[in-house]
Design a protein around this ligand. Structure first.
Ligand code: PEP
Ligand code: MN
Length: 376
């Protein structure tokens, strides 16, 4: 199901944001002074939105769970003094009411909330009829439908100023990231909903300071619409997410070092130059699909042979041989082993599908023939 969403992109939210949009601020508001000093120091750099967590979803109890409602005023005042709209995370009805009462400009739904449709619906019900922008972080598990579901629920409550925050996904795999990016998921989200701006959150993806710039640049290379970075005046002493926060000055260095890639809509002359290369890709893709379709014709022929000789569809020795030989089959300097393996897994899956259809069809034909025979 690909239900249409009614989305106002960030450029139409009435804030005069830059492209890419930048969101910065501490993981948590800790003291009034900290929030004010962060905002003041950040405002020397390209920042569009000041963020701070007021209520913190923590993995274990006894960790710092946020200062609570008192922090809303610190944040709002710091935003006012530095001419910045402010954003907080909301996870339940109480958070929504308090944030709205405090005049918070933008809300965000956190990764641990997006996974829970009950919680998202509760937030949406509380927002019914309120025209406030809402950012939705991806759910902690790599489930794009849950992410989309949150936008659909917001839409049904009348919210149209919506954008996505890509903060990576929980994983048991050993990786250099705290949350693995799985770039294909936000890319697919953008493909399906071109008006939905996607903002990358390298802080929660990386979990450390070293990788922030690299991840932020990758996001801009791909064509994301914004960057979200946590910034603390004394990162090592931060009460939450200390390892991934950077000072406002380091934030400035990272942001100013990034290369922004243009959107082709604004450069029609480039579109012409790309047309030629894209035409070559189009004809290669056509050729690839024709070849694959011919390959499947042969696969079906093999299926009939297996059927006639009562052989099982999957012959592990042949499958192993394919996997091993394809890796070295051609001089493919620019194809990774992982890609070749994934490609042949996909081809093999499709082949099995064709051969099971051959067998199913034969069974149905036999059943039909015997029931026709009985009738006669
Ligand atoms: C945060 O932005 O501080 C936060 C809690 O993020 P996430 O929901 O992505 O874990
Ligand atoms: Mn955080």
């Amino acid at each position: 199901m690909n239900k249409e969403l009614n989305i106002k992109p960030v450029k139409d939210w009435g804030f005069n944001f830059r492209r890419p949009l930048t969101i910065a601020g501490p993981c948590s508001a800790e003291t009034e002074e900290q929030v004010h000093e962060t905002a003041k120091r950040l405002s020397k750099y390209p920042v569009d939105v000041l963020r701070a967590g007021i209520w913190k979803p923590r993995t274990r109890p006894n960790s710092f769970e946020g200062v609570g409602s008192v922090g809303l005023k610190w944040l709002k005042d710091a935003g006012f003094d530095n001419n910045l709209p402010v954003a907080v995370e909301v996870a339940n009805v109480k958070h929504v009411y308090e944030a709205l009462r405090a005049g918070i400009d933008i809300l965000w739904i956190g990764a641990r909330t997006t996974v829970n449709p009950f919680a998202v619906q509760e937030i949406c019900d509380a927002l019914q009829g309120v025209d406030i922008p809402v950012l939705v972080k991806n759910p902690i598990n790599p489930d794009m439908e849950l992410w989309i579901g949150a936008f659909e629920r917001l839409n049904r409550a009348g919210i149209t100023k919506m954008a996505a925050i890509h903060r990576g996904f929980s994983t048991h795999e050993k990786t250099k990231y705290r949350n693995i990016p799985r770039w294909n998921i936000p890319i697919e989200l953008k493909r399906r909903y071109p008006d939905l701006n996607v903002i990358c959150d390298p802080s929660h993806i990386c979990g450390n300071r070293e990788l922030l710039r690299e991840v932020a640049q990758t996001a801009l290379d791909i064509g994301f619409d914004g960057i979200h970075l946590e910034s603390h005046i004394n990162p090592d002493k931060a009460l939450s997410d200390a390892k991934q926060q950077v000072t406002p000055e380091v934030f400035g260095e990272i942001i100013e070092s990034l290369v922004v890639r243009e959107n082709i809509d604004q450069h029609l002359e480039m579109e012409d130059q790309l047309d030629n290369l894209r035409a070559q890709i189009d004809s290669m893709d056509k050729y690839l699909l024709e070849l694959l379709s011919q390959r499947m014709d042969i696969v079906r022929e093999i299926g009939y042979y297996k059927l006639a000789n009562n052989l099982a569809i999957v012959q592990p020795s042949r499958w192993n041989e394919i996997i091993e030989t394809r890796r070295d089959m051609c001089d493919r300097k620019n194809l990774t082993d992982k890609f070749v393996a994934e490609l042949f897994h996909a081809i093999h899956k499709e082949s099995i599908h064709h051969q099971t259809n051959v067998m199913k069809q034969a069974e149905q034909d036999m059943e039909k023939a015997s029931s026709d025979g009985e009738k006669k």
